[in-house]
Design a protein around this ligand. Structure first.
Ligand SMILES: [Zn+2]
Length: 112
């Protein structure tokens, strides 16, 4: 339910965590990841670690990336995209055949 808030509330280094006062406090870095559905998650890593390029979104399971404007493509295409692509393919069938015939004709001309 409130997993996002829980993660934020326990972010290492930002809260009064007693164990970290004993000397085993490590430098942390927090990286924000956005998925294609607009969810954001902010896992934290040890400062010396190179954060991964992709992080699984905990809310929808899709891959999330550090670039908000260009999140990674979802593992599965969304239904409406598939349908749109299908419609596009259907509508350009005639054009596609004409283009293909033209390309083949050019190929033959080049060979001869
Ligand atoms: Zn998500």
């Amino acid at each position: 339910m409130a997993s996002g808030n829980a993660i934020r509330g326990t972010r290492v280094g930002s809260g009064p965590m007693r164990w970290s006062e004993r000397g085993d406090q490590a430098a942390r870095q927090t990286v924000a990841y956005w998925c294609a559905n607009g969810h954001v998650t902010e896992p934290s890593f040890a400062a010396e670690v190179q954060p991964p390029e992709v992080w699984d979104c905990p809310r929808c399971g899709q891959p999330a990336g550090p670039n908000r404007a260009a999140p990674p493509q979802p593992a599965r295409a969304e239904p409406y995209k598939t349908h749109l692509a299908y419609v596009k393919e259907r509508r350009s069938d005639a054009d596609g055949e004409a283009i293909l015939a033209e390309a083949l004709a050019r190929l033959h001309q080049r060979r001869n």
